[in-house]
Design a protein around this ligand. Structure first.
Ligand SMILES: Nc1nc2c(c(=O)[nH]1)N[C@H]1C(S)=C(S)[C@@H](COP(=O)(O)OP(=O)(O)OC[C@H]3O[C@@H](n4cnc5c(=O)[nH]c(N)nc54)[C@H](O)[C@@H]3O)O[C@H]1N2
Ligand SMILES: Nc1nc2c(c(=O)[nH]1)N[C@H]1C(S)=C(S)[C@@H](COP(=O)(O)OP(=O)(O)OC[C@H]3O[C@@H](n4cnc5c(=O)[nH]c(N)nc54)[C@H](O)[C@@H]3O)O[C@H]1N2
Ligand SMILES: [Mo]
Length: 698
């Protein structure tokens, strides 16, 4: 039997963008390994290496489905492509003619997030733009607070680092960054592991003792979710009091630092932000915070790598402003081995590469992601730009991943028409009128541009789509043909012709070599953002009003929130005293893989609860419990574990929700409990600030 190999690249939403190699025997993918042409630090995770479990899953969709039962019931009949596509085209035109193009809402986010051709958001936007326009979702669930805030402080969002620069770090702080599980890029974990092996302290600040705490960190510091700005202020308090602030750096590179210093010392409000003050907010012993500050103040360079988690909280904007302020105070910004303190993810340029051209949205209407269901339900009356009548969903499973599942269901019930493309009959697909079976990345060719690092990858088609499944591009071309705009959509190009065009537009000198190796590296693999500003702030000022790091921002103050960072951590109320977090599982990408037994069996899905909180409620490991708040109820077993701090409970993101007759959710889907009230002023997601009560379920 002859085995051959072809490079592929995982385009899923973990930011990893990992270079992989598919091993093919008799036309079947039998194994996936790491692509040896990648950097040795790049290693695929279990999701990528076991992708054949998804590829050959027995529940892959193989035919178009047309709903013939109530929405959500899962009752569909199989249809021929011709019938399904005619229906989609007819309904879209009818809705557009009757209510205007902006009544069509584009849903979906994670899907394929890094494909030059198949990026699910981009490929859908192009189609809907040619249809005449749509209402778009902007900002996303991931990093909206950080993206909003960082330009006020740094004048740019491009403030990340290449993981290779950690070779120069003397200390690494993973601040809510659980990188061994919630991957932020393919090479980060190996670089942190190497640093640890060199004797570099790796501090992990997280409410949970996770795999990162166990395998990568030298120290775990627990913290209540949503309180990072308080701990950061206390760290700064110690740095100031103990004379460890690098004054010359602060003066040369920042604006308004002293005002923050006065606030931290309590000169403006009479509340010194000491470790003892923070201990009461963060649930972390003051001695731990003081020790962290001293070690941090002494170790240079130190890289703070914030997780996206710290800004997906109420007041999460301030955690990002504060972590930048800390890196300024310690002279770690713009320095190799340091970091800016801003999000490191997806912020530095990648090698030049063409991609499917985006088109202006003629309807020019959009809604911020966290409020999308409210926008559907309230429409113009609620101050939103449009009245929504139809959904076009590609690459999203919002029944599982969007906040307030009951509201999401009402939104799906409210529209006249909904269509989605997916590999599986997800809970979201079940609420759609037409479900079109899509090909996954191993069944098509694409170019993958990773979120982290400086490389691009070619991903070959290594399998045929199952049954009659088609690629998203084929589906959109067939629809565009029916709607009369195929020439504009496809520009007459096949998949392969687009990819050749993108490579021709790229900096890659040899297309054949790129396809054969599967990866191309940009010239510089050790980029430090803001390093030219650091080298000469007069010649290379930041794009802020002062040209410096804007610790105080009058522009930010115009949003109604203070000009300097403040602590806006929300505290639970007496009836909902526990703080619920809903982080990523290492076995899933959001809700993806929930339906794949191989992945499900590897992890117990239950509510993490500390033994003290459990015994106070008479809860033993494995007991059925009810988690509840004003938004919803979830019944699921408890997992009593010291790996979560007292006062915090955790239900990992991604369960496909199921409900009993009393509307109690029974799979363990945390978004049933998530309010859609966003963090302000960014109007971003706050899914790590949810307050609940937990009790034994009778
Ligand atoms: N395996 C896997 N990896 C992924 C993804 C995935 O779905 N699966 N998704 C990718 C995507 S789209 C994104 S946006 C990123 C998300 O990246 P993150 O936001 O970093 O991921 P989370 O898992 O939500 O949270 C990371 C850690 O922060 C902790 N945490 C929660 N709240 C707080 C807090 O307020 N403060 C502190 N200090 N810690 C807190 C959690 O316990 C968790 O261990 O991950 C990417 N990587
Ligand atoms: N409670 C809570 N909720 C969260 C989070 C959290 O931390 N806690 N994290 C949030 C974050 S950071 C994010 S980014 C969102 C993600 O939210 P979603 O975008 O809904 O994420 P997924 O569950 O990955 O859904 C992607 C869907 O697209 C399908 N798909 C994948 N690739 C393709 C493709 O190429 N073509 C087509 N047609 N379909 C494809 C998959 O099968 C899957 O059904 O979730 C958010 N929700
Ligand atoms: Mo995300």
């Amino acid at each position: 039997m002859i085995e051959r190999t072809l490079p592929v690249a995982c385009p899923l939403d973990c930011g990893g963008g990992c270079p992989l190699l598919a091993h093919i025997e008799d036309g079947k993918v039998v194994r996936i390994t790491n692509n040896p042409n990648g950097d040795p630090h790049m290693a695929g995770c279990i999701k990528g290496l076991q992708m054949t479990r998804v590829l050959y899953a027995p529940d892959r969709l193989v035919k178009p489905l047309i709903r013939n039962g109530p929405r959500g019931s899962g009752q569909f009949r199989e249809a021929e492509w011709g019938e399904a596509l005619d229906l989609v085209a007819k309904r879209l035109i009818k809705i557009k003619d009757r209510y205007g193009a902006a009544s069509i809402f584009r849903l979906g986010s994670a899907g394929t997030s890094t494909g030059a051709l198949y990026e699910t958001v981009n490929i859908t936007r192009r189609f809907l733009a040619l249809l005449g326009g749509y209402t778009d979702i902007t900002d996303g669930y991931s990093s909206a607070a950080g993206k909003y805030t960082t330009p006020f402080v740094l004048g740019t969002r491009a403030a990340g680092i290449d993981a290779g620069t950690l070779r120069s770090s003397k200390m690494i702080i993973l601040w809510g960054a659980n990188i061994a599980e919630a991957r932020l890029e393919g090479a980060l974990e190996a670089h942190v592991r190497e640093a640890k092996a060199r004797g570099v302290p790796v501090i992990f600040i997280d409410p949970r003792r996770t795999l990162t705490a166990k395998t990568l960190a030298t120290k775990w510091i627990p913290i209540y979710p949503g309180t990072d700005s308080a701990m950061m202020m206390a760290v700064l308090h110690v740095l100031i009091i103990e004379g460890m602030v690098k004054r010359a750096f602060v003066e040369k590179y920042s604006y308004g630092f002293d005002e923050l210093g006065d606030h931290v010392l309590g000169r403006d409000d009479g509340v010194p932000k000491t470790p003892e003050w923070a201990a009461g907010i963060c649930g972390t012993p003051a001695a731990e915070i003081r020790d962290l500050a001293r070690r941090y103040g002494r170790s240079q360079p130190t890289a703070i790598i914030p997780g996206l988690s710290i800004q997906r909280t109420l007041g999460g904007e301030e955690a990002i402003r504060m972590s930048i302020a800390l890196q300024v105070a310690t002279a770690n910004l713009g320095v190799e081995g340091g970091s800016s303190g801003a999000l490191t993810w997806g912020t530095l340029p990648t090698p030049r590469m063409g991609n499917l051209p985006s088109l202006d949205n003629p309807a020019d209407a959009s809604v911020t992601a966290y409020k999308w269901a409210d926008a559907v339900l309230e429409g113009r009356k609620g101050g939103y730009p449009t009245n929504i009548k139809a959904f076009y969903n590609v690459g999203g499973n919002y029944l599982s991943t969007a906040a307030d599942t009951h509201k999401v269901i009402r939104a799906f019930q409210s529209v006249e028409f909904s269509v989605c493309h997916d590999f599986f009959l997800t809970p979201t697909a079940k609420y759609c009128d037409i479900v079109l079976p899509a090909a996954m990345f191993l069944e098509r060719n694409d170019i993958v541009i990773a979120d982290g690092g400086n490389h691009v990858m070619f991903s070959h088609k290594v399998a045929e789509p199952p049954g009659e499944a088609k690629t998203d591009y084929e589906i959109f071309c067939l629809l565009a043909e029916r709607l009369g705009f195929l020439p504009a959509y496809s520009e007459g190009r096949t998949e392969g012709e687009w990819l050749d065009k993108f490579i021709a537009e790229s900096e890659i000198p040899d297309a054949a070599e790129f396809k054969e190796k599967g990866i191309y590296f940009g010239v510089d693999q050790h980029r430090v953002s803001l390093s030219s500003f650091k080298a000469d702030p007069k010649a290379n000022p930041l794009k802020t009003p002062s040209g410096l790091v804007q610790i105080r921002s009058d522009a930010y103050a115009k949003t109604g929130y203070p000009a300097i960072p403040t602590c806006r951590a929300a505290a639970p109320d007496l009836s909902h005293p526990l703080r619920l977090i809903s982080p990523k599982s290492r076995y899933r990408v959001h809700s993806e893989n929930w339906n794949i037994p191989f992945f499900r069996e590897r992890e117990r899905h239950a509510l993490w609860i500390n033994p003290a909180d459990a015994s106070a409620r008479g809860i033993a490991d494995g007991d059925a419990i009810l988690i509840h708040n004003q938004i919803g109820k979830v019944r699921i077993p408890a997992m009593v574990t010291p790996n979560i701090m007292v006062g915090v409970v955790c239900l990992q993101e991604g369960a496909w929700p199921t409900f009993d007759e009393d509307s109690v959710e029974t799979s363990g889907s945390p978004n049933v409990l998530a309010p859609t009230e966003p963090t302000m002023p960014s109007r971003a997601t706050r899914t790590h600030t949810i307050f609940v009560q937990v009790e034994k379920s009778g």
